[in-house]
Design a protein around this ligand. Structure first.
Ligand SMILES: Cc1cc2nc3c(=O)[nH]c(=O)nc-3n(C[C@H](O)[C@H](O)[C@H](O)COP(=O)(O)OP(=O)(O)OC[C@H]3O[C@@H](n4cnc5c(N)ncnc54)[C@H](O)[C@@H]3O)c2cc1C
Length: 413
């Protein structure tokens, strides 16, 4: 674990709590709810106004069945979120331009749905409602927003976190005091930087274009993952008969995609997809995300856990990012909850070390698989294309292998 150099003495804190979470996006918000259900006192620091986190934009997220069930146990899947989400009944993976298709159905996996595709905004609204009115008996969640994290200092018994509240960070900086701090402040995490943790970055030279559309033929709950030479194209079933498009292309190509008008975009995406749903119309406004792999060298430091995009921001090819975060949250809360008696310290070094070792195998597997898929399926070599097609066909005949690929390919792990 890293040790911060002792800086100026920290003034008395305005609040004293168990856990301070920096970042109120999808991960910070879900963690706050999970910790509060376990009875921890939680304070969240989010620099944007309510609902304004970058997490809660127009994107839709594919959540594996296990992750969805976990969200349900946290009270997140209310009627509105369930109605806004669409079940994935089947996943089909194919390599555009070559033979080779592999598929898995919910029936063959023995589940009702392989996962669910939910609009991020709806999750944001659900979290907002829970924060405003926590269920009776649940420990408090205190939100500071808009409020910006400025710095922190760690000592033997806790961590002091300096924040500036107000739209422009306008008010006098204040200090929060906690026994554990969680950095859920995104891929460029200021907390991770301040803690001096190393970070590994790889630019993919790819950009994801994201939109929703109405397909000409019903999607029937099928999630398609189509590997094209430029990058993968995911067409995911969404509510009201629509589909969510996540189209990854090389940077220059993505620039051209951004300039297409609605009809031109609909034609281009249909052609890349091999006309499988008979075309697309009613395209929503598009958003673009430059893609890179960002991983923190350590998931924990003194009285600090690094979570979400701050710990691992992945390529969306396999829909793994948020699913991995949900498993992080589940394991972190379990470790903090274990043998919990009065006065148990959630930031005790042995707990944090235990959490870090618990997560290592999943990190290696998930990050390695995502990165491997990006590199293996993005290379535009004629022979490799046939090999990929053949591999997908082979997968289709070898059930355990196929299940592993397909489960991984939409975060169904
Ligand atoms: C195109 C795309 C598609 C995806 N699809 C899927 C999918 O289908 N399935 C899946 O599992 N995953 C998917 N993901 C991954 C998923 O979006 C991420 O795992 C998730 O957004 C991580 O959320 P986060 O809360 O960690 O980070 P962020 O969303 O980056 O939130 C960080 C928060 O910290 C706040 N913050 C930053 N600095 C400060 C500061 N100084 N003070 C206070 N607050 C601060 C920010 O305002 C922000 O609200 C996808 C990602 C992309 C890019």
């Amino acid at each position: 674990m890293s040790h911060l150099p002792q800086s100026q003495p920290v003034p008395d804190a305005d609040h004293d709590t168990d856990v301070v979470i920096v970042g109120g996006g999808m991960v910070g918000g879900v963690l706050a709810q999970a910790l509060a259900l376990d009875g921890w006192r939680v304070e969240v620091v989010e620099q944007r106004a309510p609902g304004g986190s970058s997490s809660f934009d127009r994107r839709l997220t594919a959540v594996a069945d296990a992750g969805w069930q976990y969200m349900d146990t946290l009270g997140l899947v209310d009627q509105a979120l369930a109605a806004a989400a669409e079940a994935i009944r089947e996943v089909r993976v194919f390599d555009r331009g070559h033979f080779g298709l592999t598929r898995i159905t919910a029936g063959s996996a023995g589940v009702e749905a392989l996962g669910y595709v939910m609009p991020n905004r709806e999750l944001g609204e659900r979290l907002e409602a829970l924060l405003k009115q926590p269920p009776a008996g649940q420990a408090s969640i205190r939100y500071h927003r808009p409020a910006r994290y400025l710095s922190h200092d760690t000592d033997e018994s806790g961590v002091s976190v300096q924040i500036a509240s107000g739209a422009q960070g306008g008010t006098q900086p204040t200090w929060l005091r906690a026994r554990l701090m969680v950095a859920a402040d995104g891929a460029d995490s200021p907390v991770r930087e301040r803690a001096g943790l190393s970070v590994h970055r790889r630019q993919y030279d790819q950009v994801a274009t994201v939109a929703t559309a109405m397909p000409a033929r019903p999607h029937q709950g099928v999630a398609f993952e189509c590997f094209t030479t430029g990058g993968p194209l995911a067409v995911l079933p969404a509510a009201d008969g629509r589909v969510s498009l996540v189209w990854v292309a090389r940077r220059d190509e993505a620039g051209r995609i951004a300039e297409l008008d609605e009809a031109g975009f609909a034609r281009a995406v249909d052609s890349a997809f091999g006309h499988r749903l008979g075309g697309f119309s009613a395209i929503s406004p598009r958003a673009q995300y430059p893609l890179s792999l960002v991983t923190a060298g350590e998931a924990v430091a003194d009285r600090l856990v690094v979570l979400g995009n701050a710990a691992h921001a992945l390529h969306p090819v396999a829909g793994q990012g948020f699913n991995l975060c949900l498993r992080d949250i589940r394991d972190l809360t379990r470790v903090l909850r274990a043998d919990r008696g009065a006065g148990v310290d959630p930031g005790a070094p042995d707990r944090l070390t235990q959490y870090q070792s618990l997560r290592q195998a999943d990190y290696r597997r998930t990050i390695g698989l995502t990165d491997g898929l990006v590199r293996g399926f993005s290379l535009d070599l004629p022979l490799l294309g046939h090999l990929r097609g053949a591999t997908l066909s082979l997968f289709d005949g070898v059930v355990p292998l196929k299940n592993r690929l397909v489960r991984a390919t939409r975060g169904i792990a």
